[in-house]
Design a protein around this ligand. Structure first.
Ligand SMILES: NC(=O)c1ccc[n+]([C@@H]2O[C@H](COP(=O)([O-])OP(=O)(O)OC[C@H]3O[C@@H](n4cnc5c(N)ncnc54)[C@H](O)[C@@H]3O)[C@@H](O)[C@H]2O)c1
Length: 332
């Protein structure tokens, strides 16, 4: 049975731990730069608290990196050099250069790397993409998504300071918008260029709000609204993909999770698929484990994770320059 070591015992690690607890793995334990956080997590979820990353690596076959983004490269690279299979929370890293270094080491060491872009595992988003792939709405020309909630940590503390520090978090685009950048690429293919507007320069990170327009190589257009400016509580998500034969749409405020209507069939179809096994954070780790055991490619490849960071960084440059930014020749 695979032994899982979790690095970073903050908020997302608890969701991962709950999912690992329902999978056929053994939780080896936790490491955190704040030792009490690792101890508290081990008491709640099991496994040991490891004082050092090296000790955790020695006791693990899978390393699950749940640290804040600027603290991803160190444990990911250490795990890769130690030949461990890796799960890493999104974004893979804060910069494109760091992502490229990680990809190079993982390729050289032939280490499986899965970046947890969880939106690909939300049943409604997955089903919307399936609908597009099946040709139900014809040729897709436009995708629009909204991911709007409050600042992640209104209560303050170290995590809030990290999210509020643009250099550390990358603001709402790197934290929230990147989910949709990845989903848009998954549905529509490669991004040719991005144009973005945002409140980055306004100096109030807790109210960061950004709008991105993506132009895909196919000629299709994507629109992403990512916001921390709402009152705290549930994040609202909205999705529309329009094709020349119909529209697939979802809004988290609707009672029916997913509906679609086509020109061929005027009867709206609805799907509400949230069974326990469909819980996206469970589904992504179950998928990781299944692919690992069967030697299959992950739904999110390391290249996908790199491209999500690249398009995010290009969007940030667009906000700063007021110009669209081409992805193919984008360099930091
Ligand atoms: N997929 C999602 O829906 C989702 C939701 C929330 C967060 N996230 C991602 O998860 C990651 C963590 O976010 P969070 O909100 O849980 O952060 P957090 O600040 O709550 O937790 C991070 C933890 O990592 C620890 N840490 C920092 N540097 C470390 C190091 N070098 N070694 C060991 N431990 C270290 C911190 O002490 C802290 O306990 C981020 O990449 C974030 O984008 C994803």
């Amino acid at each position: 049975m695979h032994r899982v070591g979790i690095v970073g015992a903050g908020s997302i690690s608890r969701i991962h731990a709950a999912a690992w607890a329902r999978l056929p793995v053994k939780l080896a334990g936790w490491h955190d730069v704040v030792p009490e956080a690792a101890v508290a997590a081990a008491e709640r979820w099991g496994g040991r608290a490891f004082d050092s990353l090296e000790d955790l690596l020695a006791a693990s076959d899978i390393v699950d990196v749940c640290t804040n983004v600027t603290a991803h490269p160190e444990p990911v690279l250490a795990a890769a050099h130690a030949g461990k299979a890796i799960v890493c929370e999104k974004p893979l890293a804060r910069t494109v250069a760091q992502c490229e270094e990680i990809l190079a080491v993982c390729t050289e060491r032939q280490v499986p790397l899965f970046v947890a872009h969880v939106v690909r595992f939300f049943p409604e988003f997955e089903a919307a993409r399936r609908t597009v792939q099946a040709g139900t709405i014809g040729k897709p020309g436009m995708i629009r998504t909204v991911r709007a909630g409050g600042f992640p940590r209104m209560g303050g503390g170290a995590a809030a300071r990290r999210y509020a520090d643009f250099e550390q978090s990358g603001g709402v685009i790197m934290d929230v918008g990147i989910h949709d950048i990845d989903f848009h690429r998954w549905c529509m293919g490669e991004v040719e260029r991005v144009f973005a507007r945002g409140l980055l320069e306004a100096g109030v990170p807790q109210c960061d709000h950004a709008l991105l327009v993506l132009r895909f190589e196919s000629g299709a257009i994507g629109h992403i609204e990512a916001s921390w400016a709402h009152t705290p509580g549930r994040t609202r998500t909205h999705l529309e993909i329009a094709g020349d034969q119909g529209l697939v749409a979802w809004d988290s405020r609707d009672p029916a999770s997913l509906s679609w209507r086509t020109r061929a069939d005027d009867m709206p179809m609805a799907q509400n698929a949230l069974q326990e096994a469909d819980h996206p954070y469970f589904a992504e780790l179950a998928h990781f484990l299944d692919c690992l055991d069967k030697g299959r490619e992950f739904r999110v490849t390391p290249h996908d994770a790199l491209m999500a960071v690249k398009v995010s960084q290009a969007a940030l440059r667009s906000i700063r320059t007021g110009q669209p930014v081409a992805i193919a020749d984008f360099r930091e």
